[in-house]
Design a protein around this ligand. Structure first.
Ligand code: GLU
Length: 404
């Protein structure tokens, strides 16, 4: 084992596998063995990609759009992305100020890989999406995790940001609405963070806006480069079609930021993937240019599911959950379950024990909170139909009731 590890890149050897993917793999293995599992593990909409987008992809194949595109993406798609940033985010950018990558993940990874050196620090507010600190680590830099607990609404405060910044800080990563908590930063909260950042011109900002369209209760969405235009020339605003248009498998993410950064990301991508898949780019173009009703409709559906989930989780003894303002995740404290024993005899010592026991004994898959940098919690992705959600909630409640 050690000999094999010695052959690996040192940064990869140190990194953890993606906890979300590990749970998705466990679910697949259980299902292959015949188990009936309700999976609340993967953060992806359960809807089909809208028909007009799928049709656009079929037409792209028929019309022979099957060759390489420019490494930074098709010009028509980049124009649509620039238009989207103008229309929805008030960011006045041209198509040259955009890049298309193979999923939002690659936008983030490219930006980090293009800029980080050993000794650099990246501020990652916790709870965080599992891949941020690992990507930083893969690039040889150091994630500086800033705990943001329930007492601060799982959000970074200006004071905590200020304390975390050093001369080695390269990036701050912001994600609103948040995966895994659903927390949404208000305009005032972003403005207060921007105030701190203005005093530290060496810090770049990565704004992961992938859940932009999922803010509930009429709350508007804000992104930091819009709230504080003086940060625009050092902010990478990143988004994608995965969550907005139920297109996770198509792997199209995009971003806008300073020219020097986009050029570096394009150079990297040109040596790495040659750019995103041409068919997927044509589908993304149809998504951005076509009717937008799907976005409104899915937001209404997700808000109703959120209400169902939060009520049910809070009725399970030992679990407690605040109301998330966006995304499609509930982040429930499972502190009240720790120390208890399951019917199969497992003592629940950590939130990971809780997640594994839920899978093995209740046939429900969730991801443990510690993987997102804060325990003892479980993350529940409620991107399933109401009947499956009700069934899952009942199984979770019965599991909680069955503990000794
Ligand atoms: N972003 C989703 C999640 O957190 C997809 C899986 C992943 O890439 O981590 O579940």
């Amino acid at each position: 084992m050690q000999a094999a590890l010695d052959r690996l890149n040192v940064n990869l050897a140190k990194a953890q596998p993606s906890a979300t993917y590990r749970m998705m793999d466990r679910v697949a293995a259980k299902r292959a063995a015949g188990a009936s599992i309700i999976s609340l593990s993967a953060g992806e909409p359960d809807f089909d990609t809208p028909a007009h987008i799928r049709e656009a992809a079929v037409s792209a194949i028929r019309d022979g759009h099957t060759r390489y595109t420019q490494a930074a993406g098709l010009r028509a798609l980049r124009e649509a992305i620039a238009e989207k940033f103008k229309r929805e985010n008030g960011l006045n950018v041209s198509w040259q100020d955009t890049i298309v990558c193979s999923g939002g993940k690659q936008v983030i990874y490219n930006a980090l890989a293009a800029t980080l050196n050993e000794g650099d620090e990246v501020i990652v507010p916790a709870p965080y999406w599992v891949s941020y600190p690992e990507m930083v680590q893969l690039c040889g830099a150091t994630p500086v995790v800033v705990p943001c607990g329930a007492d601060v609404g799982f959000k970074l405060t200006p004071a905590a940001l200020s304390d975390a910044i050093t001369s080695r800080t390269r990036w701050l990563i912001l994600n609103s609405p948040s995966n895994p908590t659903g927390a949404v930063y208000s305009r005032a909260e972003l403005a207060a963070l921007a105030e701190v950042l203005l005093a530290h011109p060496h810090v770049l900002v990565l704004s992961d806006d992938i859940y932009e369209h999922l803010t509930f209760d009429g709350e508007p969405f804000h992104t930091i480069a819009q709230v504080e235009p003086r940060l625009k020339d050092r902010t990478l605003t990143m988004n994608g079609v995965s969550k907005a248009y139920a297109m996770t498998g198509w792997r199209i993410g995009f971003g806008t930021g300073p020219t020097w950064l986009l050029d570096a990301m394009e150079k990297l991508q040109g040596q790495q993937t040659s750019g995103a898949a041409s068919i997927s780019q044509h589908a993304a173009l149809a998504a951005l240019k076509g009717p937008q009703d799907f976005i409104r409709e899915s937001k209404t559906v997700f808000q109703a599911r959120r209400d169902l989930m939060v009520d049910s989780l809070n009725s399970a003894p030992g679990l407690s959950c605040t109301v998330p303002g966006g995304a499609f995740y509930a982040f429930a404290s499972c502190e009240g379950l720790l120390g208890k024993t399951t019917p199969a005899g497992t003592v629940l010592r950590t939130d990971e024990d809780v997640a594994l026991a839920l899978l093995d004994e209740a046939n429900v898959a969730v991801v443990h909170g510690s993987a997102f940098g804060l325990g003892p919690y479980i993350r529940i992705a409620y991107a399933l139909d109401n009947n499956s959600l009700r069934e899952a909630c009942e199984a979770i409640r019965q599991f909680c009731l069955s503990l000794n």
